[in-house]
Design a protein around this ligand. Sequence first.
Ligand code: ADP
Ligand code: MG
Length: 482
Amino acid sequence: MTGEKIIKTFEDVWGDCLAIIKDNIPEQSFKTWFVPIKPIKLEEKVLTIQVPSQFFYEWLEEHYVDLLRKTLKSILGAGSRLEYNIIVENGQGHSSPYTINMPAVSNGKNDNIGVSLPMNLGGAIKNPFIIPGLRKVNIDSNLNPNYTFENFIEGDCNRLARSAGFAVASKPGGTAFNPLMIFGGVGLGKSHLAQAIGNQIKINNKQKVVLYVTAEKFMNQFVDSVKNTNTNDFVNFYNYVDVLLVDDVQFFAGRSKTQEIFFQIFNQIHQAGKQIILTCDRPPKDLKDMEERLLTRFKWGLQADLQIPDFETRIAILEQKMYNDGITLPREVVEYVAHNISSNIRELEGALISLLAQSSMNRKEIDLDLAKQMMKNFVKNSTREISIDFIQKLVCDFFSIPIDLVKSKTRKREVVQARQISMYFAKEMTKASLKNIGSHFGNRDHSTVIHACQTVNDLMETDKRFKGDVEELTKRIKISTL
Ligand code: ADP
Ligand code: MG
């Protein structure tokens, strides 16, 4: 011990990191992947953290390396580094006393998993400029190579979409399926299938310029181009694209300028006989705030939906996942998971991962008991989280009050009531602090929120109609979060 002064201990540093990370990922992921980590030491700018297993380490590296790196950098500054200390299994179910150190590596390309740092936004399409005379520009396809046809399990739920996708992949621009519109609910495989088509086209023909872009990214880049007054370049850039995949076009709803530019680009590509593939979370006919002429085009080719997979398909998906990860699970566990998580493939995978993580952390075999235990938490946590914005919208719709008013200073009776009820629900149904709740209502302070909650409670006891309204609202909020 040299007795030199240490300004921040490794625990402090890690605590600071956690605070940032927590704000950037879903709570369930935070609990699963970050809470179990133990900081070990800090030397110079190298922070060492201990993780419970090799699997855990790989998961972090695959999904959170960017987040970790940026977070560490924001706390320790440039040149900071992370090292892992991995507890190694000795094969008999006990952890061996030794650990291995592993420097963090970065594959730099990980924006497809739930990490949403503001600094991640707009990882730009390369080279949005025309170089005269040069036909091919080196364009990064932005495709995730893990999404392939091989690992897209076929079932009744996706047969049409899958085979149409396959046809498009074999003959981009050369089928009647242009655009190919894949639609379906959250986590049913839209992005996977769209990217599988893109990847397959790259395999069939390396020369084809394929570009995958989310509707959100498209919009951000368009907005940037307006700021930089190079919208023409932005539009022209798409001349180079042979196959355009736009994910989640419902995002364009209500964004008329973006729709306008997308319409132009759509026509340009379509007229050139090139392929367009779109995904959407609902059938195009149900899209609101979308220009008619764009909707018409969405319906030109083929609309193919992805439905909820049946039990057999869910089992097949789980089995494939296990096979790829090199794990085996008792049949009854697989069936239990497939039985309990029935509406969303992403959640199905999430459950499997939680199961692995739990077993790895607790050093427990995965059996039906563990699965049941895990599922209790999982199902509870995976119900959609309610946001204060959502509550405000629901309450204001209910009372037919413009949402701006509950955030304003107005003391009009009906507005005050909607405001107080919204605050009450925000307190009851979200984990937001009083201060945070107040800030959603035109920066009111915490005592206003407390007062609102008391008022609502009092009125419910004395005013029958009021109580009825609150109960009806409670029902509506609960239903929409199932
Ligand atoms: P969406 O874009 O519709 O929200 P994703 O394409 O992101 O859904 O799919 C969610 C997860 O489910 C992904 O990890 C994907 O690989 C997986 N998945 C979806 N459909 C299938 C399938 N038919 N076979 C195997 N995995 C699938
Ligand atoms: Mg998607």
